[in-house]
Design a protein around this ligand. Structure first.
Ligand SMILES: Nc1ncnc2c1ncn2[C@@H]1O[C@H](COP(=O)(O)OP(=O)(O)O)[C@@H](O)[C@H]1O
Ligand SMILES: [Mg+2]
Length: 359
C-alpha cells in the first residue's frame, strides 16, 4: 500500500496558536502511520516555519498550556513552483520529499482566513479544507451573515461598523437590535474581543475593545438559546453529522471553556433536546449554510436553537479544532467515521478538488 505523504502545518500567528499545536499533537498520536508519512511544520508566533521531529513533538505532555514549538533548528523556506521543491530545509541543504497533501491545521486569522490557502494554491499542492474564497468568507462574520441572509438562511439581526466611519449611538442600536447585544471583531475567533452589552457604558467599552482587534466589527442581537454544532464533510455530496453541544455555566462560551476544558464542561453528542424532525431540519440548514458560504472539505456549522425551536446560524468554522476534546472529530466519529478514516477522507477530498493553477 502506498503511503500518503501528509504535511501538517500547525501553530501560526493567531490567538489559537496553542490549540493548533494540540490539534497537531493529537493528529500525530492518533493517525495510522501505516497509511501516512507525516511531516510536521510548526509556524511560530512571528511567522517563521520550523520542521519538527514528529517523535520528539509527541514527547510534549498533554497539558495544553505546556505545549509549545519544541524545535527551532531546521528552518523551512517556502518556494512557490513545481510541487517537488516547495519546501527547502536550509540547515540540511535539501528539499522536503514531494508532499501529497497539506493539512493547514491552523485556526483563526492567517490560517483559516484564506491567506495560507492562497500560499498553498501557489505551491500547487492539494490542501485540506476550503479554497481561498470559502476560508475568507467564513472568517468574516459580516460577509458570512450577508451571504446567509441572501440565501434565506436564518441568522441573528446585526449591523457592521468600520473603525473609520461614524458609529451609531447606543440608543439607535438599542432601538434597532434590542438588548442585550453582542459586539464582536468581524475577523477573529476563539471569543477574543467579544463582549455582551447591556447598557450605554458597556456599549462604548465593547466597541473600543473590538476595534482593538479589527478595523470592522459587528453588533448582533442577543440570541437566547443553546448553541449546537454540526460537522459537515464533503465537497459536493456531503455528510452532515447529528448536532452536538456543550453544556456550560459560563456567561458565554469563552476561549478556556471552548478549548481547554473540552469534555469536562459536558459535551453532549448528540444534543438530546431535539426530536428527529428537528434534527433533520437543523442538518438541512447546516448544509445549506455550508454551500452558501462556499465551504469545501470540512466545516463545523454552529447554530443557536431558541426556546421556541427556531434555528439561527451563528457561524461556520472551516478549520475546527482537532484536539482529543474537539467537537468536529467527535461528531464525525459518532457519525461512523473514526479519526483515521476522517483524515483519509479529508486527504481524498483535497486531492479530488485540486486543480493545477495554470490549467
Ligand atoms: N448573538 C449572540 N447571542 C448570544 N450569544 C452569543 C451571540 N453571539 C455569540 N454568542 C456567544 O459567544 C460565543 C462566541 O461567539 P462566536 O460568534 O461564536 O465567535 P467566535 O468566532 O469567537 O467563536 C458563542 O459561542 C456564544 O456562546
Ligand atoms: Mg464560535
Amino acid at each position: 500500500m502506498t503511503k500518503t505523504h501528509l504535511l501538517v502545518l500547525c501553530g501560526g500567528k493567531s490567538a489559537e496558536h496553542a490549540i493548533s499545536l494540540i490539534s497537531a499533537w493529537n493528529l500525530l498520536k492518533t493517525i495510522s502511520h501505516e497509511s501516512f508519512d507525516v511531516t510536521l511544520i510548526a509556524i511560530d508566533k512571528t511567522g517563521n516555519w520550523w520542521l519538527q521531529d514528529t517523535a520528539r513533538f509527541l514527547e510534549q505532555e498533554a497539558h495544553p498550556e505546556r505545549i509549545s514549538i519544541p524545535q527551532r533548528t531546521s528552518k523551512v523556506w517556502v518556494n512557490p513552483g513545481p510541487e517537488t521543491d516547495s519546501f527547502y530545509l536550509s540547515d540540511q541543504g535539501r528539499f522536503l520529499p514531494q508532499v501529497d497533501v497539506v493539512f493547514p491545521l491552523l485556526h483563526g486569522p492567517n490560517g483559516e482566513d484564506g491567506s495560507i490557502q492562497g500560499l498553498l494554491k501557489h505551491l500547487q499542492i492539494p490542501y485540506i479544507g476550503p479554497s481561498v474564497l470559502g476560508a475568507s468568507i467564513c472568517m468574516d462574520k459580516d460577509v458570512a451573515k450577508r451571504l446567509m441572509l441572501q440565501a434565506n438562511i436564518p441568522t441573528s439581526d446585526f449591523i457592521a461598523l468600520y473603525k473609520s466611519a461614524a458609529h451609531p449611538d447606543f440608543q439607535a442600536v438599542k432601538e434597532q437590535l434590542g438588548l442585550p447585544l453582542f459586539v464582536k471583531p468581524a475577523n477573529l475567533g476563539s471569543s477574543v474581543g467579544i463582549n455582551k452589552v447591556v447598557d450605554a457604558s458597556s456599549y462604548h467599552a465593547a466597541l473600543e475593545e473590538a476595534f482593538q482587534f479589527d478595523e470592522k466589527i459587528i453588533i448582533e442581537a442577543f440570541v437566547e438559546g443553546q448553541e449546537v454544532e454540526c460537522a459537515v464533510l464533503g465537497n459536493d455530496d456531503c455528510i452532515v453529522s447529528e448536532p452536538g453541544t456543550y453544556i456550560h455555566e459560563d456567561e458565554f462560551f469563552d476561549y478556556d471553556t471552548k478549548y481547554l476544558k473540552g469534555k469536562e464542561v459536558g459535551m453532549q453528542i448528540p444534543y438530546a433536546k431535539l426530536n428527529a424532525e428537528q434534527i433533520e431540519a437543523l442538518k438541512a440548514i447546516s448544509l445549506q449554510a455550508y454551500k452558501a458560504l462556499e465551504c469545501k472539505g470540512l466545516a463545523r456549522v454552529d447554530t443557536f436553537v431558541t426556546p421556541e425551536g427556531e434555528f439561527l446560524v451563528n457561524e461556520i468554522n472551516t478549520l475546527p479544532g482537532f484536539t482529543q476534546n474537539s467537537m468536529y472529530p467527535l461528531l464525525m466519529d459518532a457519525a461512523g467515521i473514526p479519526y483515521n478514516n476522517l483524515i483519509k477522507k479529508l486527504c481524498a477530498l483535497a486531492i479530488s478538488r485540486f486543480r493545477p493553477m495554470d490549467s
